[in-house]
Design a protein around this ligand. Structure first.
Ligand code: PLP
Length: 390
């Protein structure tokens, strides 16, 4: 049997390795000059005024929510078709969470559904303080639409851009925060660029950036201007808030800088993989990914949906037939509220019908910059085989 083709994986070259080795031999391996240098590169990439790098995107979402003022008794809305981290961040803050159904063609949070839900929430007297649109597969949500509703209803917008590093919206890079208060990146190895574990918060607001940076490291400052009284001595630091250890390391930050040199190459290569899938799968009974006009996806994922009217096999049978060929297809995602943990909070099947339809049909095909053409052939063959047999 040929080797397993994963759905995603990192692309590390010798320059990446050399950069990490250089830092390993240097004075600092944790909190040194590479972290601010990485953060500067992230602001250059996106056009956001500030970037704060942290240990992963889950931590980034938690800190972004706290900086946005989410707390006990608060309410956050996000998309049900995302990784659990997009909604767990609300629970970390002691807030409640709810889900806005997805658009049937982009699979991102539907802005018309968001508008409708906000109207009802206003009547019921409980509006969300934070909304997290998730840029599924690397394609930006309709951020102008989200912004217009944020201005009307007064919530903060945090983009979960974990999939979308290197993508763009309205001619600007995702992470520019043109239509949001904060944006979050993930640098997990299956994402577009990697630092091993890693994440970042981007924002235009100096206050939000300062808050995130403070909470990243225990809520502690050594800046006497921020302290309640004069330092006791040169050793003194002061804890201003209850923070965390969500720091990233210099080893990771130098890898991130090295990876960012190739961001356009990575995304271009993913677009080639997409073009080939688009061509080769066009005649199969599948719905292929669609691109909204203002977006350029970073192509973290390539999601196909089974045409239920044309495929007699079950979703599970098709999925298992491809897996049996050692192709690591996956499913992004189980609607979050269908997790037993969320059902125990009171969510029920039927809450977001469009998300549930998606879940019954979607399959993520292998998609990464280092995917060899011969491996992509194997994926296409396996898919043809799985859909041909009746
Ligand atoms: C990967 C991912 C996260 C979490 O990222 P980590 O860096 O692994 O914590 C959050 N949201 C989405 C949509 C993701 O895909």
């Amino acid at each position: 049997m040929e080797g397993m083709i994963p759905y995603g994986r990192q692309d590390i070259d010798s320059a990446d390795i050399d950069a990490v080795v250089r830092v390993l031999k240097s004075e600092f391996v944790t909190q040194g000059p590479e972290i601010p240098a990485f953060e500067k590169k992230l602001t250059e990439l996106t056009g956001a005024a500030h970037a704060v790098a942290v240990c992963n995107a889950t931590a980034a979402l938690h800190l972004a929510c706290l900086a946005a003022g989410l707390g006990k008794g608060g309410l956050l809305w996000t998309s049900p078709i995302s990784f659990v981290a997009s909604s767990n961040c609300a629970l970390y803050c002691g807030a409640d969470v709810d889900f806005v159904d997805i658009d049937p063609s982009t699979y991102n949070m539907s802005v018309p559904m968001l508008g409708k839900k906000l109207e009802q929430a206003k009547k019921a007297g409980r509006l969300p303080q934070v909304v997290i649109p998730v840029h599924l597969a690397g394609q930006s949500c309709d951020m102008k639409g989200v912004r217009a509703l944020a201005d009307r209803y007064g919530f903060k917008v945090i983009e979960d851009a974990s999939h979308a590093v290197g993508g763009s919206y309205g001619g600007r890079r995702v992470g520019s925060c043109e239509y949001s208060d904060l944006a979050v990146f993930s640098f997990h190895p299956v994402k577009i660029v990697t630092t091993g574990e890693g994440g970042a918060v981007l924002t235009h607001s100096p206050e939000l950036a300062r808050k995130v940076a403070l909470l990243r490291s225990h809520g502690i400052t050594r800046d006497s201007a921020l302290m309640t009284h004069e330092p006791d001595g040169a050793w003194y630091y002061q804890q201003l808030e209850l923070g965390f250890n969500y720091r990233i390391t210099d080893l990771q930050a130098v890898l991130g800088q090295s990876q960012l040199r190739r961001i356009d190459e990575f995304v271009a290569r993913r677009r080639e993989v997409r073009d080939r899938y688009d061509r080769e799968l066009a005649r199969l009974p599948l719905t292929l990914p669609m691109q909204a006009p203002e977006t350029e996806s970073a192509w973290h994922l390539y999601v196909v949906r089974l045409r239920r009217d044309l495929v007699r096999k079950s979703h599970r049978e098709v999925f298992d037939a491809i897996r049996a060929k050692n192709i690591g297809v996956n499913l992004h995602y189980i609607p979050i509220y269908l997790q037993p943990y969320y059902q125990a909070l009171g969510f029920k099947k039927g809450h977001c019908p469009e998300a549930e339809r998606y879940y019954a049909e979607a399959i993520s095909l292998p998609m990464y910059s280092a995917l060899a053409p011969s491996d992509q052939d194997r994926v296409i063959q396996a898919l043809n085989g799985a859909l041909a047999e009746r």
